[in-house]
Design a protein around this ligand. Structure first.
Ligand code: NAD
Ligand code: DAU
Length: 361
């Protein structure tokens, strides 16, 4: 049975990926989820699978090389799928150091431990071992608002935020391992994900949650920035397909072909909430365009991200399946069904974060 070591599996994309993998492979695989459980890691995301015999959770920090080495020593890991990271751009602007520690040092530790476990005496690697590094389109910088230019795998790196600079550094480390040691790895750079279990510091769940409560909907700058939205299940499928069919050493961009301006996203969410909330639901009265509030722009705010997922389509046969109109309905339906999840993650520390981030905006 193939054993996957998933890092950051208690976060948004990692937990969706674990669900996807068990839906697809059921008892044919074993998953070890390593997560230190920062504010963004939540074991509630995995409640329905935690009792499976072929699933193990280990609380560990990816920057702790002894802890990670021990996991490799005690388990015959076949695949590493490396999600663990600090992921929020606004937090990186306020506090860059933890981004360097987790995203750069953490990736170095993961690479080094996998290399030590998988390397043979002649410097080659054991058959079938693979490392997939999950990265972001933000490493390519910002595109003009022209609707015609795209990020390709060949686009030069030009990160702007401390977050994207740390992810770019981690990508470079993976590339260095591929070039220097012929280390069996792939990198995927994907666009903005949305879907179930997304932490409400990110635009889409924040707007859904605030609108339902009649709270202000903060739009940074003029709301015209563009992101390319990818439904998280499509991303999970893409990651699995890269592992199965990708050429080792290659980078694959994964994008949604779903470019939208931030203000458009907010209007779509408001319209969809009004459409989906039952007539007698008291939250209907809260949902209103009047909540839209233009606030101070994000520092260094990238204008536009857009991926042309041509390479992954041609070489691997993956393409995005979920159009935004459908994905946002699924996402909102999930949040309706998981009110307690939202209440739990928005209490305590998140309240403090929200006040400090938005009070002077
Ligand atoms: P997330 O913030 O929701 O989850 C990150 C997870 O990593 C959490 O469970 C957290 O506890 C864990 N973690 C953080 N530091 C750790 C450490 N030192 N040791 C062990 N675990 C640690 O992030 P996400 O949105 O699910 O993103 C996952 C990955 O995908 C990240 O690498 C991110 O850069 C990348 N990515 C995200 C998006 C997106 O739209 N969310 C898009 C492109 C790429
Ligand atoms: O492109 C991939 C990246 O997408 C990932 O690498 C990051 O991990 C992920 O967080 C995401 O980064 P963004 O900065 O694009 O996502 P965020 O949801 O924070 O913001 C989306 C857009 O909405 C961005 O232009 C800023 C804007 N925004 C965001 C928030 C939280 C607002 O206007 N108001 C807000 O309150």
């Amino acid at each position: 049975m193939r054993t996957y070591l998933v890092t950051g599996g208690a976060g948004f994309i990692g937990s969706n990926y674990i669900h996807y993998m068990f839906r697809k492979y059921d008892n044919e695989i074993r998953i070890i989820n390593v997560d230190v459980l920062t504010y963004a890691g939540n074991l509630e995301n995995l409640k329905d699978i935690e009792d499976r015999d072929n699933y193990t959770f280990i609380r560990a920090d990816i920057t702790d090389k002894d802890a990670i080495q021990k996991i490799f020593d005690e388990n015959d890991i076949d695949r590493v799928v490396h999600f663990a990271a600090e992921s929020h751009v606004d937090r990186s602007i306020k506090n860059p150091e933890v981004f360097v520690k987790t995203n750069v040092l953490g990736t170095a530790v993961m690479l080094n431990c996998a290399k030590a476990a998988w390397e043979l005496p002649d410097g080659s690697f054991k058959e079938g071992k693979k490392f997939l590094h999950v990265s972001t389109d933000e490493v390519y910088g910002s595109l003009p608002d022209d609707g015609t230019s795209y990020f390709y795998e060949t686009t030069p790196y030009s990160p702007h935020s401390p977050y994207s600079a740390s992810k770019a550094s981690s990508d470079m480390l993976v590339k260095a391992y591929i070039d220097t040691y012929k280390f069996p790895a792939n990198i995927t750079n994907c666009s903005n994900n949305y879907g179930p279990y997304q932490f409400p510091e990110k635009l889409i769940p924040l707007i859904i949650n605030n609108a339902l409560q009649g709270k202000k909907l903060p739009v940074y700058g003029n709301g015209m920035n563009i992101r390319d939205w990818l439904y998280v299940d499509d991303h999970a499928k893409g990651i699995d397909m890269v592992q199965e069919k990708g050429k080792l050493g290659e980078t694959y961009n994964i994008g949604g072909h779903n470019e939208k301006r931030n203000i458009e996203i907010i209007h779509i969410i408001l319209d969809t909430l009004k459409e989906m909330l039952p007539e007698n639901d008291p939250r209907r009265a809260n949902v209103s365009e009047d909540l839209i509030t233009y606030v101070e722009d994000r520092k260094g705010h990238d204008i536009r991200y857009a991926i042309a997922p041509d390479k992954i389509k041609a070489e691997i046969g993956w393409e995005p399946e979920t159009m935004f109109a459908e994905g946002i309905k699924k996402t909102i339906a999930w949040f309706f069904e998981h009110e307690d999840w939202m209440k739990n993650v928005t209490s305590g520390d998140y309240q403090k974060y929200y006040e400090s981030m938005y009070n002077n905006r």
